[in-house]
Design a protein around this ligand. Sequence first.
Ligand SMILES: [Cu+2]
Length: 137
Amino acid sequence: MNTYARRWIPALGCALAAGAFAVAAALTAARRPAMSGHGAVAAAPFVAADAAAREAVVPIENFAFAPGTIEITAGTRVVWINRDDTPHNLVGADEPRLFRSPALDTGEQFAFVFAMPGTYRYFCSLHPHMQGTVIVR
Ligand SMILES: [Cu+2]
């Protein structure tokens, strides 16, 4: 093996490994897009072309939206699920109000598709200190 080949083969190996990792990450993200808000946010660049996977889930736990701020791409459906024993709801904070959910009991969910880029604040009108933000790119 000459010096040239010895220098380049490890570099090629690294590039292939990096590519394989990116594909594996994309597959993982596409199969599990809805387990948490954080995961869905991280997955967004990988699954943007897959309409079925464009969903982000925001659990409501311990009187908080978790995570409180999510970043998604336009067209993503956001699903909030109440994991508390107390009813909560979701109200768009800005006028005109984009959405206002009914009170969600334990295990109930509410979904909204964010079609347009922007920053959308919302809160729980039953507990106004519960606030969240959806950033749509
Ligand atoms: Cu609440």
